[in-house]
Design a binder for this molecule. Structure first.
Ligand SMILES: Cc1cc2nc3c(=O)[nH]c(=O)nc-3n(C[C@H](O)[C@H](O)[C@H](O)COP(=O)(O)O)c2cc1C
Length: 171
């Protein structure tokens, strides 16, 4: 696995996690499924909203992945991820990829993209990235990906706000 800079958290203040969750739950986001694969080509993926575009030149994105996620080690194997941005009719896909275990890809339409990694069908768009750097982020890691291919689709986004799924109101 990639060497990561180790932060020193020994001097930190005691903190109320519940309140932090409540505050950050007010930060409305879109919903993505981040996919990757293992060395044998088996697909993996997880629902994620801790993602952002980082730079246009060079084109970079970042994703944050929980160290406890089953998908976690496979980003280190492949050094690749695909960010699939979900459409408002894909709440079932989000729920499926937000659960550990099971055959997550069974019954989900996907194709193999430019980097031999699953690209979900029916999304608002997707971005295929090569991981160029990994940073430590407490109980998560931050993968910075250089964009290799990006494609926007049609439709409206699935949203997440205060622990629930939402859609944009109709125009
Ligand atoms: C809306 C939403 C956003 C999430 N965002 C993230 C995230 O950014 N990073 C992460 O590691 N887990 C995130 N999760 C949790 C994972 O999807 C969840 O832990 C999943 O079970 C991991 O799957 P795995 O263990 O099969 O890898 C999110 C879940 C939901 C419902």
């Amino acid at each position: 696995m990639t060497d990561m800079r180790r932060a020193d958290y020994s001097d930190r203040m005691p903190f109320d996690h519940t309140e932090l969750r409540r505050v950050m739950g007010c930060f409305a986001t879109g919903v993505t499924v981040i996919t990757t694969r293992d060395q044998g080509g088996r697909p993996y993926g997880l629902t994620a909203n801790a993602v952002t575009s980082l730079s246009l030149e060079p084109p970079l994105l970042l994703i944050c992945v929980d160290r406890k996620a089953e998908t976690y080690p496979h980003f280190f194997d492949s050094k690749i991820f695909v960010l699939n941005i979900l459409r408002e009719d894909q709440e079932d896909v989000s729920r499926r990829f937000a659960k550990t275990g099971g055959e997550k890809f069974t019954g989900v339409s996907y194709r193999i993209g430019h980097l031999d990694t699953p690209v979900l069908e029916g999304t608002l768009g997707h971005v295929e990235c090569r991981i160029i750097e990994t940073l430590e982020g407490g109980d998560h890691v931050i993968h910075i990906g250089e964009v290799q291919h990006a494609e926007a689709g049609e439709g409206r986004p699935l949203l997440f706000f205060r622990g629930k799924y939402h859609k944009l109101p109709s125009d």
